[in-house]
Design a protein around this ligand. Sequence first.
Ligand SMILES: *[C@@H]1O[C@H](CO)[C@@H](O)[C@H](O)[C@H]1NC(C)=O
Ligand SMILES: *[C@@H]1O[C@H](CO)[C@@H](O)[C@H](O)[C@H]1NC(C)=O
Ligand SMILES: *[C@@H]1O[C@H](CO)[C@@H](O)[C@H](O)[C@H]1NC(C)=O
Ligand SMILES: *[C@@H]1O[C@H](CO)[C@@H](O)[C@H](O)[C@H]1NC(C)=O
Ligand SMILES: *[C@@H]1O[C@H](CO)[C@@H](O)[C@H](O)[C@H]1NC(C)=O
Length: 357
Amino acid sequence: MYPRSFSAIISLGFAALSSAISIHKPYSNHTNHIPFPSHLVHQFPDPTWVENIRVRSTGELVLTLVTKPDVYYVDPACPSTATLIHNFPQNLAILGITEVQLDQFYVLGSNFTLSPVPNLEIGTDIIYSIDLSNYRASTNSGAIISKIADVPKISFGNGMDTLDASRKLIVIGDSIQGAAWLFNVETGDYSIILREPEMAPPPASGGSSLGINGIRVLPKAYDEVYIYWDNTNAHLFCRVPFSLSTLAKTGPVEILANFTSADLTTDDFALDEKEGYAYLACQQNQILRVPLGGGEAVSVLGGLNSTVVAGPTSVAVARGDECEGTIYVTTNGGLLTPVNGTFTEGGEVIAVKTKRK
Ligand SMILES: *[C@@H]1O[C@H](CO)[C@@H](O)[C@H](O)[C@H]1NC(C)=O
Ligand SMILES: *[C@@H]1O[C@H](CO)[C@@H](O)[C@H](O)[C@H]1NC(C)=O
Ligand SMILES: *[C@@H]1O[C@H](CO)[C@@H](O)[C@H](O)[C@H]1NC(C)=O
Ligand SMILES: *[C@@H]1O[C@H](CO)[C@@H](O)[C@H](O)[C@H]1NC(C)=O
Ligand SMILES: *[C@@H]1O[C@H](CO)[C@@H](O)[C@H](O)[C@H]1NC(C)=O
């Protein structure tokens, strides 16, 4: 019942920055001045689309690529080397990634290709596990890779996060069906747990658009979390309270930010629980910050015509005391939408300092 292929028309062209995204003085004296200081951690060859990122408990980065079905390892303390942990030959791209228990990572593979036009073979998604508990980066040995399950009912699995580690449950955003899937990494069982209007791809003329992209879980109270997501082509950032015991929402969807009037579209994002902000990778070459409870979006790095973050794809909060106040941003180097229509470079990981030490 699923179409064989899908041509994603991903909002190309330049958007005018409107006054809705305004630059403000930092809210607190711990916050760095905008634009936040940033530096390159690692750049891959051109063309490379770095799609997603997880930070290991020990601070190293696990990166997924869509230009090749690869997962890389980068140690910010030794950033010149990116080590290929694994190439997944059963798929053409690797998208979402999450960690369920310490060093137990899960990734989603898909037959998504960018060239000559973005194209997705629906029904090709696979969930794999990457066990890094005995991984030795120096010899690139000890990673244990397993295929967990084919998930052909998912149309476009994109962002991923852990919902309940003790019950081995993760959530996956489906950008075409406009839904969040629940996936049990132990049994391989999966089903839709949320299908909200705010997750749906808006109608697009002459093609398809993307709905829910990133998805993140934030603890709220005992047995209750907030599930956050952004919707790329509806230009929304939202959350809903959700019960872990009933696996159902416990309240209405809240729209935390609406980027429509600024004509900004977002890819994946991270939640900085400690500082109370979400950081969103914005396809118009910048990083947006939105308070976790909703409010004004502030552009904290980059800009429409800037190459500081060319084609941001995802964000992760650094781990470890010495990295407090750092976020990592991945990019596609402008591969889909070159900066000013001309500039592209290899995809990168950038470290951004949100906070003064
Ligand atoms: C921040 O400002 C408050 C009051 O303005 C002051 O008490 C505090 O020491 C400042 N903290 C830092 C780290 O500068
Ligand atoms: C996805 O692509 C891989 C690599 O080309 C191929 O081996 C695999 O059969 C494809 N999957 C499906 C379900 O078509
Ligand atoms: C977002 O803002 C646009 C333009 O202001 C508006 O048309 C749209 O209805 C808003 N979306 C939601 C879900 O409120
Ligand atoms: C893009 O164009 C603007 C002027 O409109 C210019 O300031 C900027 O440097 C250009 N960026 C690149 C990467 O060419
Ligand atoms: C970006 O560059 C384009 C031309 O390439 C220009 O029309 C536009 O005004 C610039 N916008 C900003 C925000 O610099």
